[in-house]
Design a protein around this ligand. Structure first.
Ligand SMILES: [Zn+2]
Length: 383
């Protein structure tokens, strides 16, 4: 006699087999959710991967029309795929499509994932560092909304091709100012120009990571990269890492968050937004205070802190009056300074927190760490 348990097992086995057969026959229509059929994730992956392949093929076709045949090793692909969503759908698989056609890779910094909001249009840029030409492609979201029924190659707006190597751009400031005004790359001109040229100039991994998160490369984020470099060498972290408190925030914060893994979510990053009056109330020796960095002393000791400032360099860049030109030139100059952070990062004060006091205690509402350090004029405080 067959046991009830054995019978149940065989019935369940048949249901599972039916499920597999149904999935094989109809892979796109499987997951049921509240009575409505939703799209199978694997179908989504293949479709968006094909979108990435189509973008890369279109870019290579644009190069060919110009008589250019770039080597794969010279291509730098930039995109906000994975961050941008289309009708709430993930575009992450576009990265695999782009990489498979162009040979771009994370390990060689030739596949650059540029941070964006989910509601930003999906875009891809393919830069040939040997010729200096770049192809920009942006998805037309209204066409992508139809999903599977839409022909993938027709999803993009017409490709835009421009020469963007720094040598060419810096030699044509007024023409590029106009192109930025006309948003030739859909408003992504500054980020594409600065990132492409930084990668082509051999930006180190730390710089690429920081720039990806910040979504462009500017002197401000360069100062954060230099500050992180400085800390690793001259103020190495304790076992628990760093606690960072920005007392004058700017683009540097995005570099410090990424490169030190000190984040507000891990209760390791605080930011104050001082007013002009707050800053005027600082003692002269703390006027340039930008960031306080803390680390724990060894063997369970207390916290020690260092107040840092950043000294902006007099770069050899000419003042052209164009924000893009001036920043691009300064960006590339700072890239050559990454091995010498101590030239720009200044120590304003070293101190120890009293026993039992943590940096978080000095970052609470109404507490001004500069006042606690005696660096504010009497009666004046940021908070
Ligand atoms: Zn910036």
């Amino acid at each position: 006699m067959k046991s009830a348990r054995g019978l149940k097992k065989r019935c369940l086995g048949r249901v599972a087999l039916c499920g597999i057969l149904l999935w094989m026959a109809c892979p796109g229509l499987w997951a049921a959710d509240g009575g409505e059929t939703t799209v199978d994730p694997s179908w989504e992956y293949e479709w968006w991967k094909r979108v990435g392949e189509a973008a890369a093929e279109s870019a290579l076709g644009s190069f060919e029309k110009m008589g250019l045949r770039p080597r794969k090793a010279d291509l730098v692909v930039m995109t906000n795929a994975g961050y941008a969503e289309v009708d709430g759908r993930s575009t992450q698989a576009v990265l695999d499509g782009l990489a498979s056609v162009t040979g771009s890779s994370r390990g060689r910094h030739s596949l650059v994932e540029v941070h964006s909001a989910p509601w930003a249009p999906l875009w891809c840029a393919v830069y040939d560092r040997s010729s200096g030409w770049n192809v920009y492609l942006e998805l037309d979201p209204s066409r992508a909304a139809a999903g599977k029924e839409t022909a993938v190659p027709g999803l993009f707006r017409p490709a835009v091709m421009e020469r963007i190597d720094s040598e060419h751009v810096l030699a044509h400031p007024s023409s590029w100012d106009l192109k930025i005004k006309n948003k030739v790359f859909g408003g992504n001109e500054f980020r594409i120009l600065t990132i492409a040229n930084a990668v082509a100039a051999g930006a180190p991994t730390a710089a690429v990571r920081a720039v990806e998160f910040h979504d462009h490369y500017c002197p401000g984020v360069a100062s954060g990269i230099l500050m992180a470099q400085y800390l690793k060498t001259h103020f190495p972290p304790g076992e628990g890492g760093y606690f960072v408190h920005a007392v004058k925030p700017w683009c540097k914060e995005d570099a410090l968050l990424v490169l030190l893994n000190a984040t507000p979510g891990k209760r390791a990053y605080a930011v104050d937004y001082p007013t002009k009056e707050d800053e005027a109330g600082r003692l002269p020796e703390a006027a340039e205070a930008a960031t306080i960095v803390y680390r724990r002393q060894k063997d369970g000791g207390g916290w020690e802190g260092r107040v840092l400032a950043f000294s902006w360099a007099e770069t050899p860049c000419p003042k052209t009056g164009s924000a893009l030109m001036d920043k691009l030139c300064a960006d590339l100059w700072y890239l050559k300074q990454m091995e010498h952070p101590e030239r720009y990062v200044k120590v304003l004060k070293d101190f120890r927190l009293p026993d039992g006091v943590s940096p978080r205690d000095w970052a609470g509402p109404g507490v001004d760490p500069l006042k606690m350090l005696g660096l504010m004029q009497t009666g004046k405080s940021e908070k």
